[in-house]
Design a protein around this ligand. Structure first.
Ligand code: F6P
Length: 354
């Protein structure tokens, strides 16, 4: 039964977008409304809670048709007032302002959908006594505390599809195709898509590479009758003794083009580079991401309903649980160099350039 003066739950999306954000919002609204809450959609991330607050009431009507929709109907902010480290005691502390506004709006709890940066901000609010539950998002899958973030599976589909397409054109022209994928400082997308797409070389930030070794692998393939090769490189990968490249007006990336030039020189082959970029973040979520997002959204509402705070919903061994926000912040989840997928790929002749 709907209460006459329902309590309110806030929900916001923060940081870079990822496929599945709208599916989480939908699940939050449907589950919360069923429990008798009113849902406030906070706009543009935490920014919507300061200054002239930006929010709107979300009903079941507002989330109709949202499950397959990419992006976020609430908007998002990457940095903004909460970007840096909190200065406690400062005169215009945005955390205190946002907390006061959340209280004024009668929020029983706030659901923060985002990556590591978002959950670190959420943790600060939890320390101030605000009721907060996080939902783990990022195509990079680098959030600790959970086996999976939503958005990753969709990014994988896009990256794997790109590798499939590059295969046919590479084979037709006897070329080397280098595909640069996202992942910031982790190689989850490159590793998973590289294996799923049957790449010959996979380069990830966790294993610094040597271009000579990559070139040797390409020439070895040529000698054994395969005149083309596919190289997948994570945007954060870097050569041994080197650093990640920030070649795009100060932004992370550029390693793909750098490597392509080196491989052309070292192998004498025709080489091309494709940077997949934000195509990996846009568009409709896969069924896996829709399902995970829905489970996360519903679990976040149930957590608040049950008085849980300062936690993040997470996937552990196929089950949805909650973990302390501390576990999801402060570091990122990297690939262990002896991970079974790396061993599997190496055993099949894939080079990691080391
Ligand atoms: O964190 C997700 C991510 O897609 C990274 O892989 C990438 O480096 C970054 O976002 C780029 O984000 P933006 O262009 O929004 O700054």
């Amino acid at each position: 039964m709907i209460a006459k003066n329902p309590q309110r739950i806030g929900v916001l999306t923060s940081g870079g977008d990822a496929p599945g954000l709208n599916a989480v919002i939908r699940a939050v609204v449907k589950t919360a409304v069923n429990l008798g809450y009113e849902v406030l959609g906070i706009e543009d991330g935490f920014e919507g809670l300061i200054g002239e607050t930006k929010y709107r009431v979300l009903t079941n009507n507002d989330v109709r048709g949202l499950l397959p929709a990419g992006g976020t109907i609430l908007g998002t902010t990457n940095k903004g007032h909460f970007g840096g480290k909190r200065v406690i005691g400062s005169e215009d502390d945005p955390y205190l302002e946002a907390k006061a506004n959340a209280e004024r709006l009668g929020m029983r709890g706030l659901i923060t959908i985002g990556g590591e940066g978002t959950q670190a901000i959420a943790l600060e609010f939890a320390k101030l006594g605000m009721s907060i539950v996080g939902v783990p998002k990022t195509i990079d899958n680098d959030l600790p505390g959970t086996d999976r973030t939503f958005g990753f599976d969709t990014a994988l589909l896009v990256a794997t599809d790109a590798i499939d397409r590059l295969h046919t054109t590479a084979a037709s022209h006897d070329r080397v195709m280098v595909l640069e994928v996202m992942g910031r400082h982790v190689g989850w997308i490159a590793l998973h898509a590289g294996i799923a797409g049957g790449s010959d070389v996979i380069l990830i930030p966790e294993i610094p590479f040597d271009s000579n070794i990559v070139a040797e692998r390409i020439l070895e393939r040529e000698r054994s009758g395969s005149a083309f090769s596919i190289v997948v490189v994570s945007e954060g990968a870097f050569p041994k003794g080197g650093q990640p490249l920030y070649a795009n007006r100060g932004r992370l990336g550029g390693v793909g083009f750098m490597l392509t030039d080196q491989l052309a020189e070292l192998t004498g082959k025709d080489c091309r580079c494709v940077v997949l970029g934000h195509l990996q973040r846009g568009g409709s979520p896969t069924p896996y991401d829709r399902l995970l997002s829905t489970r996360y959204g519903a679990a976040a509402v149930n957590a608040i309903h049950n008085g849980i705070s300062g936690e993040m919903v997470a996937l552990r061994a196929q089950e949805i649980v909650t973990v302390p926000l501390e576990e999801a912040t402060g570091h990122i989840k990297t690939i262990r160099p002896h991970n079974d997928m790396i061993r599997t790929a190496r055993g099949m002749g894939v080079s990691f350039g080391d």
